[in-house]
Design a binder for this molecule. Structure first.
Ligand SMILES: C[S@@+](CC[C@H](N)C(=O)[O-])C[C@H]1O[C@@H](n2cnc3c(N)ncnc32)[C@H](O)[C@@H]1O
Length: 236
């Protein structure tokens, strides 16, 4: 074990969360500190929400660029679920630094290193806001994707919000990201699964993502869907 810890570069591959290489090479810089555009849109549109009364869950939280924005707004409770150990270690390190510098009250954020579906199966709590940013395209089996989405539908409180982004199957996976082969998510699926019954669609954006990743100069294109839904029916 000590031998392994002494040689962290020996790890390889994208890991079960698909993004391990990025975390290994770039840490916090891989996704950066700015929240996703749909999260920014939510804050702009909902500026007057009573944040301190809200509980927020992010599934597939990465290194925390979204959940930390909610924490900054003093939400009552924040939980970050992330499967990748390196991403979670980075998020834990950030949390420790903020707590030690007195910028974040201890216990404000809970960090859960777990598979989202496993977490959802055991979780009994409902949340005012669920963030699912960049996660759903990771699930390439119909049955698993459906289980995850079904579970998400159950944990958003009545009048609560789901903020999501997912890559879609619009383009083939770029050569530099073979791990994205086999994505089954598409916009119609999202619209069907979160509406129209019991969910109102507050915002929808299907703009492609054209970008390069840290460590690669090459620009590539992804189909993407970003959406904000509000849960309109009683969920208990
Ligand atoms: C595209 S990244 C987005 C990270 C973060 N939400 C953000 O917007 O910066 C997707 C994240 O989901 C995590 N992930 C993948 N599969 C997961 C699973 N089954 N359960 C929990 N997290 C998962 C990955 O490790 C990765 O950190």
């Amino acid at each position: 074990m000590q031998e392994v810890l002494a040689h962290p570069q020996k790890g390889s591959g994208e890991g079960i969360g698909l993004y391990r290489n990025g975390y290994r090479s770039h840490g916090l810089d891989f996704w950066g500190l700015k929240p996703g555009s749909e999260v920014v849109h939510f804050f702009n549109q909902m500026a007057s929400l009573p944040w301190t009364e809200f509980s927020v869950l992010e599934l597939g939280a990465g290194t925390g660029k979204n959940i930390m924005e909610f924490v900054r707004r003093d939400v009552k409770r924040a939980i970050a679920v992330e499967i990748d150990s390196l991403a979670m270690a980075t998020l834990l390190d950030v949390t420790v630094k903020l707590e030690e510098s007195g910028l974040l009250p201890e216990g404000r954020i809970a960090l859960v290193k777990d598979d989202a579906l496993s977490f959802l199966k055991h979780n009994r709590e409902q949340f005012d806001i669920v963030v699912c940013y960049g996660l759903l395209h990771v699930f390439k089996e119909e049955s698993v994707l459906h289980q995850v989405i079904d579970a998400i539908r159950q944990i958003v409180l009545k009048s609560g919000y789901l903020i999501m982004q997912s890559l879609t199957d619009k383009y083939p996976a770029p050569d530099i990201q073979p791990e994205l082969k086999g994505v089954i998510m598409n916009p119609e699926r999202i619209k069907t699964l979160f509406g129209p019954e019991n969910w109102s669609l507050l915002h929808w954006d299907e703009t492609d993502i054209v970008h390069s990743h840290a460590g690669s100069e090459e620009n590539h294109r992804h189909g993407s869907v970003r959406a904000i839904f509000k849960h309109c029916s009683a969920s208990k």
